[in-house]
Design a protein around this ligand. Structure first.
Ligand code: 3PG
Length: 213
């Protein structure tokens, strides 16, 4: 397991963030997540200012593990690395992007949900995968079924995870961490509800702790 995977695993949850106003919100958000015990973020390239958001979050909380999500091109990989991203997440499995990240020495977690995806990921030498979109792709039952032929992977399910099902997911030994936007929704960010974000992070960390006790 890489250092990045180890840190992500130890935290257990990865907030998936779309920031429309990085100058206004990035530092506050980084502070809120860290105060809640979740010093990690997947900042998605779905928002135009993603690279700036990555840079500002990493500046505000230098010990935080800030990565880039929804990365679709090698140009975005370059942009993310230049902004200080420590890992790359892609929604699907693109061998070209995976190899590009491997050449650059940055961890990449591609979205995989099928035996074909997993097999390709195996051949690419990957160890940790994003399982996306988790609930919509068969959820925990599918993750468990996939681990029979592919016991070598740890997965980070994302998509449809909330405080309601986090314990069930994170209790599964195949799962190293759960991604989600539930603690950083557009409503929470746009209305600058930083204390609520911190609170949701604390609750998530508590659930992870309970599940692993
Ligand atoms: C992602 O990009 O990983 C998902 O959109 C997050 O899914 P969620 O909003 O259901 O947590």
């Amino acid at each position: 397991m890489s250092n990045v995977s180890e840190i992500v695993t130890s935290i257990g949850v990865v907030p998936v963030i779309k920031l429309d106003h990085p100058q206004r919100d990035a530092a506050n958000l980084a502070n809120a997540l860290c105060a809640g015990g979740v010093p990690v973020a997947e900042v998605t390239f779905r928002a135009a200012g993603a690279a700036e958001a990555i840079r500002l979050m990493a500046e505000a909380q230098p010990q935080m593990l800030v990565g880039a999500g929804t990365v679709l091109t090698t140009a975005q990989v370059d942009e993310a690395i230049a902004a200080g991203a420590k890992f790359i997440v892609t929604p699907g499995l693109d061998p070209e992007i995976v190899r590009y990240c491997q050449d650059k020495g940055i961890d990449v977690f591609p979205g995989c949900t099928t035996p074909t995806d997993y097999h390709t990921a195996y051949k690419l030498g990957l160890k940790t995968l994003k399982f996306f979109p988790a609930e919509q792709s068969g959820g925990l039952a599918k993750i468990k079924a996939m681990s029979a032929p592919f016991p070598m992977f740890k997965v980070m399910p994302t998509g449809g995870i909330s405080l309601k099902n986090l314990k069930e997911y994170i209790s599964c030994p195949v799962i190293c961490a759960c991604g989600g936007s539930y603690m950083v929704t557009a409503d929470l960010i746009n209305n600058q509800k930083w204390d609520e974000i911190t609170d949701l992070c604390k609750k998530s960390v508590e659930i992870v702790k309970e599940a692993r006790a």
